[in-house]
Design a binder for this molecule. Sequence first.
Ligand SMILES: [Cu+2]
Length: 332
Amino acid sequence: MNLSALLRAAAWLQQDGDYFFPVEASTNAGEVDRIYYFIFWVSAVSFALIVGATIYFAIKYRRTKVGMNPEDSPHHSTSIEIVWSVIPTLFMIVMFKWGFDDYVDRRTPPGDAYQVNVHAQKWSWAYSYDEGAETGMGWLGGEGEGLVVPVGVPIKLRIDSADVLHSFSVPAFRIKMDAVPGRYTYAWFEATKIGEYPVFCTEYCGTRHSRMLSKVQVLSQEDFDAWMKKQGNLADLPPVEAGQKLFQRKCASCHNMDGSKLIGPALNGLYGKEESLVGGAKVTVDDNYLRESILEPSAKIVEGYPDAMTPFAGQLSEDEISWLITYIKSVK
Ligand SMILES: [Cu+2]
């Protein structure tokens, strides 16, 4: 499952790509690839010249007879030294200037860019829009549609993390940016091709890091507008359904609802149960226990499990906490 998903991602990335790179699907991709190939070919040619000359001289001047003495040879040539210092320096300057210009461009979203917020958490991605829409992972079993964006519009991503360092990477767009707890980071792109592209977490973030896969859906402007119109608010749903959606987005990477253990215990049939805690205490699961377990998971650790849950204090509204509790209570 894990492996097949990764293989699928690799195959998906490589279609329409070349030997080194996946498809170029953003305005930035072509430039990144050109800089890469420039540096690559300069390095390859330098390598061939240097190693070629080394081999040539090693053979030409090898010692062939016992007792051979070294011949006198010039030990300094200003003109050669200038040539081999100046020419590489010029290439370095081109690499630096070209790379730096593109870096500055990457760090500076156009003023009219459309903002989408990206939320990283062990081990899922979620996206929210100022219009109120929210989407989840969108791939690999995660519910939701991933990051949905219109084609041909600069998109500015505001990225945050609820727990540890993650990194938001879309190879087809040639963008990557760390998600850092306690602050916002930014990235931007303008998609040039309608389609779906994989999203990876590229900062090792724990057990299920390799499954922190999501996708970007690039739609035409009309399709995007139609999609946005259809996005209801969670508050418009019955609480159980709202809770289920939230659970899929924020909790399903660690909790199953079918009795099986994941990173944390399964949460079905939990309500009313007597739970054993680390340290030997017992507690009967009621609304307050659920609430505390969500907001401050370290307060009571379930026996047999690590203290590894993301604390959700400050991240969920009262409504959201209550929908989650309603949902957990509803699943037997
Ligand atoms: Cu991660």
